[in-house]
Design a protein around this ligand. Structure first.
Ligand code: ADP
Ligand code: ZN
Length: 220
């Protein structure tokens, strides 16, 4: 089963994707994480991608699409995957359809996460990530057991560069609205969209949504 996570920055895509991955064993494929790993390792791809990421812009398709195609060809993704961060444009959605169709596969489910805007920015600012195992925490909503340390692997948590830059936060939200949000209609038309709200105002957080989605997948 191929599942796409949609939703603006800070809605909890990565967290929900991680929880679903744990329960279903489908790998979580996060384009943002793959880019950040490449930046850390100073690979050619990382150096090129960083020019866009640090400004909050999308990395061009010439770099992103082959990277995703490659990752989807790995053995662990042959029966399904949870795509977290791809596609982000209609063009990328079309490319994904082509990649999957080659193996007789398709997009089976799109989980569209929504959160009130005032919560989003706050969540990005308070987000902390583990550079080693990629776990995500939030110093207010979901703090690690020991301050500044990853619960999973003991690594020191960091703030993403683009989360500490107000212009990059703004830019990412603008791009989401302009380029990514049309995907909601696109997948609604295909009949694969499932919208879920995550908000403190209704006491519904990532684990509540993940639990329901896992239940749904298992009964599908
Ligand atoms: P966010 O949800 O905050 O945008 P991600 O970790 O998903 O964070 O992505 C970080 C950055 O990586 C994005 O701002 C963008 O520059 C780049 N990126 C990730 N996925 C894509 C994609 N599908 N196409 C182009 N750029 C991408
Ligand atoms: Zn970790």
């Amino acid at each position: 089963m191929y599942i796409i996570m949609l939703g603006a920055q800070g809605t909890g895509k990565g967290t929900v994707a991680g929880l679903i991955s744990k329960e279903t064993n489908y790998p979580q494929i996060s384009t943002g994480d793959i880019f950040r790993q490449n930046i850390k390792d100073k690979t050619e791809l990382g150096i090129e991608a960083d020019k866009y990421i640090s400004q909050g812009n999308l990395v061009p398709d010439e770099i992103t699409v082959p990277m995703v195609t490659n990752r989807l060809s790995d053995k662990d993704a042959e029966n399904g995957a949870i795509l977290d961060g791809f596609p982000r444009t209609i063009e990328q959605a079309q490319k994904l359809d082509e990649i999957l169709a080659k193996g007789g596969k398709k997009v089976d489910l799109v989980i569209n996460l929504t959160t009130p805007k005032e919560e989003l920015i706050d969540r990005m600012i308070t987000r902390r990530v583990c550079p080693k195992c990629k776990s995500t925490f939030n110093i207010k909503l979901c703090p690690p057991k020991v301050e500044g340390i990853c619960d999973n692997c003991g690594e020191k948590l960091v703030q993403r560069e683009d989360d500490s830059n107000p212009e990059a936060i703004q830019r990412r939200l603008e791009i989401y609205k302009e380029k990514t949000s049309p995907l909601v209609e696109h997948y609604k038309k295909q009949g694969v969209l499932r919208t879920e709200t995550i908000s403190i105002s209704i006491n519904r957080m990532a684990n509540d949504v993940a639990k329901e989605v896992v239940e749904y997948i298992k009964n599908k």
